[in-house]
Design a protein around this ligand. Sequence first.
Ligand SMILES: Cc1ncc(COP(=O)(O)O)c(C=O)c1O
Length: 427
Amino acid sequence: MKTPIHDFLVKYAESGNVRAHMPGGKGIEYPLDITEINGADVLYESCGIIRESERNTAGLFGAAETCYSCGGATLSIQAMLAAAVSLTGKKTIAAGRYSHKSLINSAVLLGLNVKWIYPDTFLGADIRPEDVEQSIDGDTAAVFVNSVDYLGGQSDIAAISEVCKKHGVLLLADNAHGAYKVFTGDHPLSLGADMTADSAHKTLPAITGTAYLHLADSAYLSAAKSAMSLFGSSSPSYLMLDSLDLCAKYIAEERESALRTLERVRELKAELISAGVPLYPSDDMRITVDAAAMGYTGEQLGNLIRAKGAECEMCGNRYAVLLFSVVQPEKDFAVLSEILRSIPRTEPVEIREIPVIRPEAAMTAKEAYFSAKKTVSVKEAVGMICAGINSPCPPCVPIVYPGEVISAEAAEAMLYYGITEIACCSL
Ligand SMILES: Cc1ncc(COP(=O)(O)O)c(C=O)c1O
């Protein structure tokens, strides 16, 4: 696999040219850090080395086109929603309720109407195809689904895609946690999604902030690129583009090694289960430990794991999540196995389950966000209209969205997740 961006950057760094251009570091600490100079292409109108690299990546993912993002999957999500609006002329999105906050950020920025599809569990992303079908009407531009979610839950993308195709609406998948599925054959694109937002940096060897917007049809490209430039910086980082370029080479050449690492995650899961460590069912790239069943809160378990030399991706009230990558060093598996098997189990802890909360909308997210507002304590906020975006992080999923009335139940859930203040409409 060729690496057109990397080759250009190395050649430029070696040329010794006087850098009478941005960035201000002048290549002293980071020789490959340049800007869109002559020959380096332009990210949002790519037709040279960036385009060549994006085409390489698209081929690997089975996409018709891929747009690189230097603003994480967050930017890819904003862009795919904006592209869906441009392509359909409609502004209603049917979305899984517990989507990452980038969905609601986009709703505020684009003035979207979001019709929520509720899962069975609080903060779960798994929505049913029949509920998706119910949510679609003549105003629907697209269905937005998060799969994989933070605990490793997944939606049935193939069945949801059938529903979307039957009704002629686009299917947009938040695949931020599932870029590694390029190796496993169940990437949402191959299951029928029209566009997917994948963080390269979460599960592939690419630096923080790198992501893809994959498109199933090249007819979406112009709307997607235009939408990326609507939200993205006009100075995209070439260190990130370099990393995405090298990541394509990794995907093309290291398939066996990546599959072996995925196998190691499965083996570790099996080993832990047979040692009696209680696990929550998750996708192939993470191990979600049911800390409560071991006698701890997620946070307590996270502290015990940290004291023994490992750091978790997330420690919630009930779970501790270990997130892997295709380049996870082999030695880590034995260390994690030893740590988790050595932590004593005690009496299970009762964890309060938060119910699925269905707040009532009083106005759109955009109207509420840009209204006159004041920040009040969550207790005082009961009965008021939410005007801010507060989310327990991770998983960065808001409990109440701007425009919704804060019920006593929602306030309780926010307090439970450590949110004590919230912006509310003041008029
Ligand atoms: C489900 C989900 N979607 C989207 C994002 C945003 O991804 P990024 O950090 O690449 O912007 C995240 C981040 O954690 C996420 O968990």
